[in-house]
Design a protein. Sequence first.
Length: 144
Amino acid sequence: MANPSSQDRHLARSNENRHKALHWAVRQAELTGATVEAVNSWEYPATSWASMMPGMPEDFDPQAVATVALNEALEEALGAAGAAAVSKIVVIGNPAQALLDRAQGADLLVVGARGHTGFKATLLGSVSLHVTQHAPCPVTVVRD
């Protein structure tokens, strides 16, 4: 699927298998001449949980925390130079929906599978399962 900017774009999602999925996405982008966009999403806790939590400090910025987490994950996985070459997107919302929204116009969506062993390893994570069923572009699930 063509990107509105007419440049190939691959999306990568970070989770337990983030290193393998990010490496796979970067390598695939190198082979195809695409760019990589790493997506991190965050949500406020559900209302019932929020009512049990102490108040958040006024200066708490979950967007900034999620941005720092994404930058650190990318640098850990790809090194400083590799992380600098990746577009970073941080959004509020459900992880699966955030990926589906960003996948509009992407050529490929890369996600990691859950990091389980045994019987659980045969199952995809809820985000991986959801995006494989609903993505507007091809999806690659990278297993550990």
